[in-house]
Write a protein that binds this ligand. Sequence first.
Ligand SMILES: Nc1ncnc2c1ncn2[C@@H]1O[C@H](COP(=O)(O)OP(=O)(O)O)[C@@H](O)[C@H]1O
Ligand SMILES: [Mg+2]
Length: 426
Amino acid sequence: MGLFKFSDSSRNPLKNLELRSLLSEFNRSLTLIADKKLLIDNIISRIKQIVPVEQVYIFLFNESTGRYVPEGNFLPPLLDGRSIYFTPGGRLFNWLSVNESELYVIDRPDVLDYLEPIEHARLDHLRAELIYPLSVMNELNGAVFLSKRTDNGSYSKDDFGLLSLLFDQAAFAIEHSILHEQQRERVTKMYRADRLAVLGELAAGAAHEIRNPLTAIRSTIQYLSRDTSDPVRSEMLTEVISEVDRINKILQGLLSFARPGDLNVTTFNFEELLSQVITLINPTVKKNNVNLESVVDAQNPFFSGDKDQLRQVLLNILMNSLDAMANNPEDREKRLMVSMKNVFTGSPAIPYLDIAVTDSGCGISNENIEKIFNPFFTTKSEGTGLGLAICYGIVRRHDGDIEVISHKDNGTSMIIHLPQNVTRTS
Ligand SMILES: Nc1ncnc2c1ncn2[C@@H]1O[C@H](COP(=O)(O)OP(=O)(O)O)[C@@H](O)[C@H]1O
Ligand SMILES: [Mg+2]
């Protein structure tokens, strides 16, 4: 893309000059923005200033979903309740990647004929008239969808040339912001791992010290409660015992988080593990009137790792989802979806098992989302705040990762990515 298509500007020095200053101004305004969302919004509003267009949407490739999805704050309306996306294997992106040029929908009935019906529906919904590929170094990272001009005119050759230059620059700025985002994520993860390691050491020492006297307290109280016939006292003692049990639960959590023990590695069918765990939580699911759906679509469900520890990860994450739905009175839908599939990412491509748990619960605020993996972070009165810290530790020890997508009041998705081709030993 990026062919200079101006018909007359090369012969018109004034126009050339204006164009050059417009481009460099556009470029300057983008280079200072590292935040992807802000950058996208900025590109969209600047394009609207330069060319009178009603709507501009930018779709970018998303590594974790393997799809092109809308980005920024000005998102297209949902289609049948779902966010619009395109797939890299689909005909539209195929066309864009092969042709490396804009697609003016009105002028190209032949291309429209070639597209799939679902793509037609999506383009109609976006009211897209003109589509530009966003590529850097021959790699198609996304596309820009422009609707009709506000003056109802048709796009001219000049528009095509100008937009093509602008989007070439935009593609570079976006690529830069994506790299920046990845770098920032790596740093956050490094800090997270560090904090967990230091805390783990401290916690393990303390937990051991506390456990012994606690066991003594519990058995003494149990002994005393046998002798009392006074119902008030008896109730008080029972309460003390349940508090002691609570402390014990916290300590157990601390210990398993601090001293995870070696991995007991076997090769097992993850699908079976998943259905075991679902059977375990089923009574709570039924009791809370939750609609549970599980979609397993993995050609290769086999995984080498510590089955017991991974069972704990699944259980913790599912229990959190059930808690989140119980904590959301607005949630009449109560949907819990568990899915598993094989995914290939990176180059060379590495096979991953992706297990996603999605709930329609209370969601997580932007402010809290950074904290949920911190040990002791909890928003529940009875919570320990250790569940996700433990999960993260276990998944990291399997060279995997946990991704969180959540919006306050709008449900949560936790996606566990586990690489399948790592050779592990006990
Ligand atoms: N599915 C979810 N939906 C909403 N919030 C969640 C979800 N999972 C985790 N959280 C938030 O993360 C916090 C930490 O979770 P966790 O480490 O398991 O500790 P706990 O469950 O004991 O609170 C929870 O208190 C809750 O605020
Ligand atoms: Mg929990």
